[in-house]
Design a protein around this ligand. Structure first.
Ligand code: ZN
Length: 228
């Protein structure tokens, strides 16, 4: 039953995220009265469609979609895939982004209280995050993949980590990394919005509970996490 409640509980959050996303896309657009709309082909400098620019865009898309392949090749539920999509676009509402919009934001990362918060720090640079990844990966015998202190890009780390395991294990590892990132984000939100105290054991328990739910929903390869 908890799974159902969780999903229902996420719907308003997702709707809000979509609203913010739309806001983001429209913020540079101003509607001018009396001027008729016209079509602009954004992929060419002239604003006019050409087959060449469309063909070129196909390859551009192929290159910039690398993280998405990892997101789709996972057992993660849609809410978490959507979150990873925001991460890949650097569009999570962390302190840096809130500050740019002049919105209230935490002065420091809530999880370490040492550095400024942005999504790369939160998911990979933060001492809290690094210990979290170590513990999660250690529980499945992959502690060697835990991010070191010199890693600053979550996507680069993920990219390299996945290449170190066999092809059969990649979907499981992708799922685990998405689950971990989602857990850090949820724990961070609990600290920001509910005044929770950051605690590694709380985050690890949350990850185990999520892993169990995902396994029940059909994700194979996550059982070592929730039974550890
Ligand atoms: Zn931090």
């Amino acid at each position: 039953m908890k799974w159902t409640e969780d999903i229902q509980g996420e719907i308003p959050v997702q709707a809000l995220m979509e609203y913010l996303e739309l806001w983001d896309m429209l913020e540079d657009i101003s509607v001018q009265e009396g001027i008729p709309d016209r079509h602009i082909w954004r992929l060419s400098a002239s604003g006019k469609y050409t087959a060449k620019s469309a063909y070129g865009a196909l390859f551009e898309g192929a290159l910039s979609f690398a993280p998405f392949e990892r997101i789709w090749k996972s057992w993660a539920p849609p809410k978490c895939r959507f979150f990873m999509w925001l991460v890949a676009h650097n569009r999570c509402w962390t302190a840096d982004r809130l500050a740019r919009r002049g919105l209230p934001h935490p002065d420091h990362c809530l999880l370490c209280d040492q550095e400024e918060e942005n999504i790369q720090h939160l998911l990979i640079g933060c001492v809290f995050a690094r210990q979290f990844w170590y513990d999660i990966l250690h529980s499945i015998g992959l502690a060697a993949l835990a991010p070191q202190s010199d890693v600053s890009s979550f996507d680069d780390w993920w990219d390299k980590a996945v290449l170190t395991v066999s092809e059969d294990a990649r979907k499981g590892l992708n799922s685990l990394i998405i689950l971990g990132a989602w857990t850090i984000w949820k724990h961070r939100n609990d600290c920001v919005f509910n005044g929770a105290t950051p605690r590694l054991s709380t985050a690890l328990n949350l990850a185990r509970e999520e892993a169990l739910l995902w396994s029940l929903a059909g994700a194979r390869g996550l059982s070592p996490i929730h039974s550890s």
